[in-house]
Every structure is written in structure tokens, then in C-alpha cells.
Design a protein around this ligand. Structure first.
Ligand SMILES: Nc1ncnc2c1ncn2[C@@H]1O[C@H](COP(=O)(O)OP(=O)(O)OP(=O)(O)O)[C@@H](O)[C@H]1O
Ligand SMILES: [Mg+2]
Length: 215
């Protein structure tokens, strides 16, 4: 079982959007994935409630119980756990980053977000877990992505090769307890998430599933 922590001390960078989209992408590719929502705001859990019985399941929890939750997920045979955390450099973010195999840090390519990212990078770097910034909600046809990438690299952090752009499908789909891949399977957002999942799978050396429903 592999564990991904999604962390960013800044609010509204796309943590929950990334968490539910990645877990669903894994599910659509035939993996057994679960989301653990450690954010007291409970956005991922609400998405899970709206989703109903369709996988991936979302479990709400507290950082102090993360070990227990992960042990139980491992016993249940999950391939992948995606942990969503809240907008604070607190115990939940630290604990998740420590315990995870990979940390993804969503960041909007804006000056304010880039300035705020140092706190998260410090928190995550202290854990020594491999971490990547994922540029999210990037404006289409703008140089800001290249500039933001350079700023992050200049801070000594790594940047995911897959960029997630600002697209209505991300927001619309989530309101209905779905994701962009389900809402608009042939859309650009669906393509981006599939690419993010493929990259994550390679980065984490997640073996292929024997019977996949989608590549
Ligand atoms: N790539 C994107 N394109 C369009 N809208 C996006 C994108 N990513 C996130 N959003 C929107 O931005 C808002 C914040 O996203 P989200 O809730 O995922 O952020 P968060 O980091 O989890 O926030 P919080 O810090 O409050 O937990 C939501 O309305 C979401 O729909
Ligand atoms: Mg959130």
C-alpha cells in the first residue's frame, strides 16, 4: 500500500481537489484507493457523502489516529491512500508528510501563493519524504507557469512535470460528488488528471494492476 499526503499551509490551493481527483483516477484505473480526510473543515468527507457508495471511500479522521487508520486500510487491502489535510502547518500536515511515501503540495502560480509556500516546504523537508509542488489552477496561455516553476526550483524544491490548469470541470464535478474524469471524460481536465496519476504511479513505483478498467 502506498500513501500520498496532500499538504499546503495556504488555503484554497487545491488540496481537496487534487486529493479526490487522484484517488478517483486510481480507482478508475482499477486500483483500490481511499481518501483520509484530516481537515476539520471536512470538504473531502462532504464530497464522499455526496458521492454515496461509489469508490473511492472517504474516511474522516484525526492526525493522532493516522497510524490506526493506515493499518486498517492496509488490512482491508487498499493499494493507495490519499490523505487530504487542512490549510495549516499543523500536526496533521506534519504527521501525514512523515508517514507518507510522497507529498504533493498544490500551489497556484501566483505571487502570494509562491511566497506562502516556504512554510510548507520547511515542514515537509524536515520529514525527508519525497515531495513535489504541483502547480494548480494555472492560467491557460500564460507565462506564469514557467515563472512559477522557476521560483519553486529556485527554492530548492521539486515541481511535478504535470501542471493542472484552471478549468471549470474541476469545480463543477466536485459539487456533485464526482470528478472531472467522470463529469467530462473527454475533456482537458480529465486528460490532466490521467497524466498526473500516470506520473504519480511511475514516481511511486506502483505496480500495474492485473485487471484494469482503464489504462
Ligand atoms: N485547477 C482548478 N481549476 C478550477 N478551479 C479549481 C482548481 N483547483 C481548485 N479549484 C477551486 O478552488 C477552490 C479551492 O480548492 P480546494 O478546496 O481544492 O482547495 P484546498 O486547498 O483544499 O482549500 P482548503 O485550504 O480550504 O482546504 C474550490 O472552489 C475549487 O473548485
Ligand atoms: Mg481542502
Amino acid at each position: 500500500m502506498k500513501t500520498i499526503a496532500i499538504a499546503s499551509q495556504k488555503g484554497g490551493t487545491g488540496k481537496t481537489t487534487t486529493a479526490v481527483h487522484l484517488a478517483t483516477a486510481a480507482t478508475l484505473a482499477g486500483y483500490d484507493a481511499v481518501v483520509i480526510d484530516l481537515d476539520p473543515q471536512g470538504s473531502a468527507a462532504t464530497w464522499g457523502d455526496d458521492r454515496g457508495e461509489t469508490a473511492p471511500e472517504v474516511i474522516s479522521g484525526q492526525a493522532t489516529r493516522l497510524n490506526v487508520l493506515l493499518e486498517s486500510a492496509a488490512r482491508e487491502g487498499f493499494d493507495l491512500v490519499v490523505i487530504d489535510t487542512g490549510p495549516a502547518a499543523d500536526a496533521a500536515a506534519r504527521r501525514s508528510a512523515e508517514i507518507a511515501d510522497l507529498v504533493l503540495i498544490p500551489c497556484r502560480p501566483s505571487a502570494f501563493d509562491l511566497k506562502a509556500i516556504r512554510t510548507t516546504l520547511d515542514l515537509v523537508e524536515a520529514t525527508r519524504t519525497p515531495a513535489f509542488v504541483v502547480l494548480n489552477a494555472a492560467p491557460i496561455r500564460s507565462r506564469s507557469v514557467d515563472e512559477a516553476r522557476d521560483v519553486v526550483l529556485g527554492m530548492g524544491a521539486k515541481v511535478s512535470p504535470v501542471v493542472i490548469y484552471q478549468r471549470a470541470a474541476y469545480g463543477h464535478s466536485v459539487i456533485a460528488g464526482r470528478t472531472a474524469q467522470e463529469f467530462e471524460p473527454d475533456g482537458k481536465a480529465a486528460e490532466e488528471i490521467a497524466a498526473l496519476w500516470r506520473w504519480v504511479k511511475t514516481e511511486m513505483k506502483i505496480p500495474p494492476k492485473k485487471q484494469t478498467r482503464a489504462a
